[in-house]
Design a protein around this ligand. Structure first.
Ligand SMILES: Cc1cc2nc3c(=O)[nH]c(=O)nc-3n(C[C@H](O)[C@H](O)[C@H](O)COP(=O)(O)OP(=O)(O)OC[C@H]3O[C@@H](n4cnc5c(N)ncnc54)[C@H](O)[C@@H]3O)c2cc1C
Length: 382
């Protein structure tokens, strides 16, 4: 059976689902294909869900700011935003980062999204259960928050279900690139004939396209105890973050991290991660109160070489568009990536010309050394 559509999106993680929802809202005939259930596996299943603007990389900060704008100005963005609890967050930078923090304040602090620096004394007054530190530059974002990533992805998939087509338990087995604007996507259930295929398959993406990406672990420990921070805190010099997820429980990112070309080659978390999580939480709180590790989740994500997402058509003569390499920050960027991608794809469908990029050119797949043209037929390993 062959089903025709304009765009097929492969991967129902938060990125693919948001991108497909954005395409539907631009009246593009869209099919979303997910091997399992939406956000049920992959990075989105275990994500921490922190949403904020500041990043030491100005390109990521521009994308994060765009994502916040999309949440106010597009319908799918507003729906996405409803899965986020605005708790505020504290970012603690090293004094060497003062120029980047000042740049962020001068460029992104506005009435709609305030950001302000805090002295060590002001942080103490907020009673956040974080250590008193004079050797940190403190940045406070009152509208930052914690998202329910699964809920956001499901809300996006719901839009696709009503305005396009959503197929869960539909693993893509092969992609046949026929022409610059024609390809066939094969699943066990049907073949989809479309003009553009979007590869948003997270850590599986590099099996579907020839982009240079690797899979990295993001071990996330859940800790139970008293006197824990009640808003998210990132301590950059200590490489530590804590995200409260309810009464007396925080998630803490821990080390060591490993990388591989396949998910199956990644090593599982162990005792070392538990000890490391306790140490990092102490770096944040400065306290020695009784805290216990509940577990360490074996999260992972796809990483690009430079830590920036890979977004765009793989070449001028290819119907293949990539949205991957989210490098551990894909949730907060998903609305921005969806907006940029759906704008470019819908314009291509109308005028048959690949977009010329100005501002977002640093996200293009071509920037990646060693990215090569796709072969005509790609088969997914079973
Ligand atoms: C522990 C942890 C903490 C994190 N914390 C944050 C945070 O605080 N803030 C933030 O912004 N980001 C965070 N991230 C990163 C963020 O969660 C990811 O970048 C994001 O979820 C990536 O989404 P995705 O859709 O690209 O990939 P995924 O969620 O991995 O989705 C890919 C989907 O593609 C499907 N798929 C694969 N192959 C096929 C196929 N052949 N056919 C059909 N479907 C296929 C898979 O089943 C999967 O559902 C964190 C991630 C982890 C793991």
């Amino acid at each position: 059976m062959t089903i025709g559509c304009e765009v097929c999106v492969i991967g129902g993680g938060v990125v693919g689902a948001t991108l497909a929802a954005s395409l539907c809202e631009r009246n593009v005939e869209t099919v979303l294909l997910e091997a399992g259930t939406v956000a049920g596996q992959g990075a989105s299943a275990l994500s921490g869900g922190l949403v904020r603007c500041y990043d030491p990389d100005p390109m990521i900060m521009a994308l994060a700011s765009h994502a916040l704008n999309v949440q106010c100005n597009a319908h799918f963005g507003e729906v996405f935003s409803s899965a986020i609890l605005r708790t505020g967050m504290l970012y603690r930078a090293a004094p060497t980062q003062v120029a980047q923090v000042e740049y962020a304040l001068s460029k992104y602090n506005c009435a709609e999204y305030t950001m302000r620096s805090l002295s060590a004394g002001e942080v103490d007054e907020m009673s956040l259960c974080v250590a008193h530190r004079n050797d940190r530059v403190n940045l406070y974002e009152p509208n930052a928050g914690i998202g329910d990533v699964r809920m956001a992805a499901r809300l996006m998939a719901n839009i696709v279900m009503h305005q396009g087509m959503l197929l869960e338990h539909a693993k893509v087995e092969a992609i046949d690139m026929e022409k610059e604007d024609k390809c066939r996507i094969h699943t066990a259930q049907a073949t989809f004939s479309c003009r553009v295929v979007v590869i948003a398959a997270g850590a599986w993406s590099h099996h579907l396209c020839s982009q240079e990406m690797e899979v990295r672990t993001i071990p996330l420990a859940r800790l139970y105890g008293a006197d824990l921070p009640h808003i998210p805190v990132i301590d950059a010099p200590a490489l530590a973050y804590a995200i409260p997820t309810g009464r007396d429980v925080v998630q803490v990112g821990c080390q060591p991290r490993t990388h591989a070309s396949r998910i199956t080659e990644l090593s599982a978390p162990n005792q070392e991660h538990e000890e490391d999580a306790l140490r990092r939480l102490r770096d944040i709180t400065g306290a020695c109160s009784e805290t216990r590790v509940l577990d360490v989740l074996a999260g992972y994500d796809s990483y690009s070489r430079d830590g920036r997402p890979i977004l765009g058509f793989t070449s001028n003569s290819s119907p293949c568009y990539i949205a991957s390499g989210l490098s551990g920050i894909g949730f907060k960027l998903a609305p921005a990536l969806a907006d940029i991608a759906s704008d470019e794809i819908s314009r291509f469908l109308k005028c048959k010309r690949k977009p010329t990029r100005h501002f977002w050119h640093e996200l293009s797949p071509e920037r990646q050394e060693g990215s090569s043209t796709l072969s005509k037929l790609i088969r997914v390993d079973r």
